[in-house]
Design a protein around this ligand. Structure first.
Ligand code: NAP
Ligand code: F7E
Length: 350
């Protein structure tokens, strides 16, 4: 009998990678999708095309009864809760919805597992985040955050995720559930949404090199992130649920780079050498060969509170899970730009 996995957020970046990984391991994979769709709906058909082999079930993190129905029917062995409002900038504009979906949605899932009578059998993965650390001075960013570092979230998203993290720990301690929390640092790739900075840059580099776009507008160029490849991180999620005991694990690379560095590598991939001129909101990235401005700062992309640096110490995951990232920073930039060049040349969005 093959194992059954239930994935919320299956239409997102990580959901696509995880579904592919689990199908490859012989799982029956059921993905939860939301909306008033039926199989003839174009979006439903699109999702089926994007995720071949994945069975779809309709429910929403905000609808506890629908979650109970879905879980009672599917009766999964493993539940991966990846669904969330995941954009930090957006969470400042819609903090209440973020609190309900990204925070309360985790509680709805855990309660639904209990109500469906699966608390003793189903293993649960919660998609926690490095945004919970926030990154103030006392919180040791220079040596990297591990599972014991202090939390100080700096956005409604980070605060909501912290609730999701602690309620997962609480259900583990209260009801003996096999509930694990993966504290994942930024992970990117060809499935990343274009509203996140890496994909915004890789798409723009491809488009600018092909003459389809002139300028890329960005916010804070100095923030540093610990960027890895999403395909490596979903393997870590799966490994967490294969352990005898549940736990909390940091996944990251142990290297942090600025947005500026990401731009430099991405534009180099399309043959544009960048020169940075000016400072603060007046800073620009100029094509050294042509003298044309290809990047400028738009303060509309600044956040009310920024996380200046996120750096991981993933030694527990490496030691206990045997997990290690495979794709490094330059490999990540290369694969994203190569993908976007292909998409832009073919004239389709991907
Ligand atoms: P993503 O691409 O933004 O995907 C989010 C998913 O959540 C989408 O499938 C979306 O469905 C679904 N969703 C949103 N609201 C929902 C609701 N009310 N009910 C059911 N589904 C809902 O996110 P990702 O990058 O794959 O990240 C996966 C998870 O890991 C998220 O929880 C994120 O916060 C967390 N995380 C991500 C990173 C990272 O660097 N990627 C790092 C740490 C943690 P629709 O398609 O219908 O909108
Ligand atoms: O921003 C700066 C921005 O939106 C990264 C989510 O997956 O990872 C992600 O959250 C940095 C920030 O990701 C633009 O201010 C500059 O400093 O790509 P991002 P994020 O906020 O780190 C964490 C771990 C998650 O858990 C989240 O779900 O880039 N930045 N200029 C910009 N960011 C965006 N989006 N757009 C810009 O134009």
């Amino acid at each position: 009998m093959s194992k059954v996995a239930f994935i919320t957020g299956v239409t997102g970046q990580d959901g696509g990678h995880l579904a592919g990984l689990l199908l490859g391991k012989g799982y029956r994979v059921v993905g939860m999708v939301r909306g008033q769709m039926e199989p003839s709906h174009p979006r439903y058909r699109q999702i089926q095309e994007d995720l071949p082999g994945v069975e779809l079930v309709l429910a929403d993190l905000l609808d506890p009864a629908a979650l109970v129905r879905a879980l009672s029917t599917v009766r999964p062995d493993e539940v991966y809760n990846l669904a969330a409002i995941s954009h930090v900038g957006y969470s400042f504009h819609n903090p209440v919805l973020t609190h309900q979906v990204t925070g309360g949605g985790v509680l709805n899932m855990l309660e639904a597992i209990r109500a469906a009578g699966l608390a003793d059998t189903a293993r649960f993965y919660q998609a926690s985040t490095s945004e919970m650390f926030g990154g103030l001075d006392y919180n040791r960013p220079s040596q990297g955050y591990d599972e014991t570092a202090l939390f100080h979230p700096r956005s409604p998203y980070g605060v909501a995720k912290l609730y999701g993290h602690w309620i997962t720990c609480n259900y583990r301690e209260s009801y003996g559930m096999h509930a694990s929390s993966g504290i994942l640092f930024n992970h990117e790739g060809e499935r990343r949404g274009p509203e996140f900075v890496t994909r915004k840059i890789s798409q723009a580099a491809a488009r600018i090199s092909l003459g389809k776009q002139h300028v890329l507008e960005l916010g804070n160029l100095s923030a540093k992130r610990d960027w890895g490849y999403a395909g490596d991180y979903v393997e870590g999620m799966w490994l967490m649920l294969q352990q005898d005991e549940p736990g909390d694990y940091v996944l990251g690379t142990g290297e942090a780079h600025t947005i500026r560095e990401f731009c430099g590598l991405a534009f180099a991939e399309v043959g544009i050498e960048l020169e940075w001129r000016g400072e603060g909101p007046d800073e620009t990235g100029v094509n050294r060969a042509s003298g044309t401005t290809v990047i400028r700062v738009n303060p509309a992309f600044f956040r009310p509170a920024e996380v200046d640096i996120l750096l991981a110490d993933p030694s527990k995951a490496e030691r206990v899970l045997g997990w290690k990232r495979r794709v490094d920073f330059s490999g990540l930039v290369k694969l994203m730009v190569a993908h976007d060049l292909e998409v832009e040349r073919a004239g389709v969005r991907g």
